[in-house]
Design a protein. Structure first.
Ligand code: SF4
Length: 439
């Protein structure tokens, strides 16, 4: 097994990205064309990525289109017209962390909190398997008691259930970053395939400004205990390496718009991806997540300023451009760009056309929020801060983590097919990626 990446390298990701963004020139048409033409199978260099990102400082439509067109050609060459979908299943909205931007932060005393029971998880899976999904992401708040007591068992029963219906089905988690011991157990004993961990921000100052308390701020140890005076920011960046060493596929990404310097944050994702792939060339393709900072359901708990709202709109406008830069920057077949339902369907679709081959549909960001027909709350949930017997389907939906876009899986598929895409399962890409990147 290769040596671990030194922590200092992780610590330098953001400051070095900032330097590169600051020192690189905004390219003209000739330079953009040179960068795109010279691109080899290992992707463009970090300084070239910085140049392309700098275009967002004063967007020029011709240059932006030039980059998106090049990404579109590459996307077609690597993945043809194929596309695969995933769906998140929220396990619970209990959270011991306090992230300022999130509806489930421990400070939010108004939100109704729910924890899914094992029966509830199986019910949601049944429903979503019936719709044809083949990748399921178990996510939730930093519910340490749940992680310690139930996580292994929930992952095991979920994977067993998925395999019975679809042997090629895959399971991921998007939860508190865990230790190598935890990831090893999840991979080897419970059947987990993938770990998705979004960094929120690679800037330590931004991370600490928004992640003010709890396991996310400090990290956890093998016993699921919060680390006293730990650096959650660094522990989180290093978590993908721990998962790769345990044989898992990983996702990386930053919450676009959280950091005041979003271009350096985006460049840090690329730099992190390159670092992982240089050290672990046999790792499965990296999933490059594109979570966008969204407003939360209880307005009085939403701390975003007007200025931040405006900056956010600008970034949403260029969502497909950011997806394109990710694809062009990383090695062929080694990056699956993942546009999701935090942007409108048209923006999501545009990013898929330019660069994305892994996407989500029909997302609900609340526990138990998919199969609401014949809702038996006492069976579906194991814990709640309101009377379980009194909960209605509307109440369940009111507990979502943030505002997002929703449409049925069927409508999303209709749009994808109308756009010329053919739906496939991830195993197709894993087989293709394994063959082509090693040939
Ligand atoms: S972002 Fe995650 S860890 Fe932070 S408060 Fe929300 S649910 Fe908890």
């Amino acid at each position: 097994m290769v040596n671990r990446i030194e922590m200092e390298k992780y610590e330098r990701l953001f400051p070095e990205a900032q330097e590169l963004v600051k020192s690189s020139q905004t390219p003209d048409l000739v330079e953009v064309q040179r960068i795109l033409k010279a691109r080899g199978s290992s992707g463009i260099s970090l300084s070239e990525t910085a140049s392309l990102l700098n275009l967002l400082k004063a967007p020029n439509e011709t240059l932006i289109e030039e980059v998106k067109t090049s990404a579109k050609v590459l996307r077609k060459k690597l993945f043809s017209n194929k596309l695969t979908t995933m769906v998140p299943i929220e396990l619970g909205s209990y959270c011991t962390s306090n992230c300022v931007f999130c509806g489930w932060k421990s400070d939010n005393k108004k939100i109704q909190r729910l924890r899914l029971s094992k029966d509830g998880l199986l019910d949601e899976l049944d429903y979503l398997l019936g719709l044809g999904f083949s990748h399921f992401e178990l996510s939730g708040g930093d519910d340490i008691l749940f992680l310690k007591r139930d996580l292994y068992e929930f992952v095991r029963v979920a994977k067993d259930k998925i395999k019975k219906v679809n042997p090629a089905g895959r399971l991921s988690v998007c939860l508190t970053p865990l230790t190598e011991l935890h990831y090893g157990t999840l991979a080897k004993e419970c059947g987990l395939d993938t770990v998705l961990t979004w960094q929120e921000s690679y800037s330590e100052a931004t991370f600490n400004k928004y992640m003010v308390d709890g396991p996310k701020r400090y990290g956890i140890d093998d016993g699921f205990k919060m680390i006293k005076d730990g650096k959650g920011y660094l522990d989180r960046i290093a978590s993908q390496e721990r998962a790769i060493r345990s044989g898992l596929q990983v996702g990386i990404g930053t919450m676009i718009g959280l950091c005041e310097d979003p271009l350096s944050d985006i460049l840090s994702v690329v730099s992190h991806g390159k670092l992982l792939l240089e050290n672990y060339p046999d790792a499965l393709p990296l999933i490059i997540g594109m979570p966008i900072w969204r407003e939360i359901i209880n307005e009085e708990y939403d701390s975003r300023s007007e200025e931040q709202n405006e900056n956010q709109q600008d970034l949403v406008e260029f969502f497909d451009y950011i997806a394109s830069v990710y694809l062009l920057s990383l090695p062929d077949y080694k990056a699956w760009v993942f546009p999701n339902c935090r942007v409108s369907k048209s923006k999501q679709m545009s990013a898929i056309e330019s660069a994305g081959m892994f996407t989500s549909t029909m997302v609900r960001v609340g526990p138990g929020a998919y199969n609401l027909e014949n809702l038996d709350t006492k069976k579906k949930f194991s814990k709640s801060n309101v009377g379980l017997g009194e909960l209605t389907a509307e109440d369940v939906l009111a507990g979502e983590q943030f505002v997002h876009y929703f449409d049925t899986h069927e409508n999303y598929l209709h749009q994808f097919v109308a756009g010329g895409f053919e739906m496939t399962s991830e195993s197709y890409f894993l087989g293709e990626a394994a063959c082509k990147s090693s040939s």
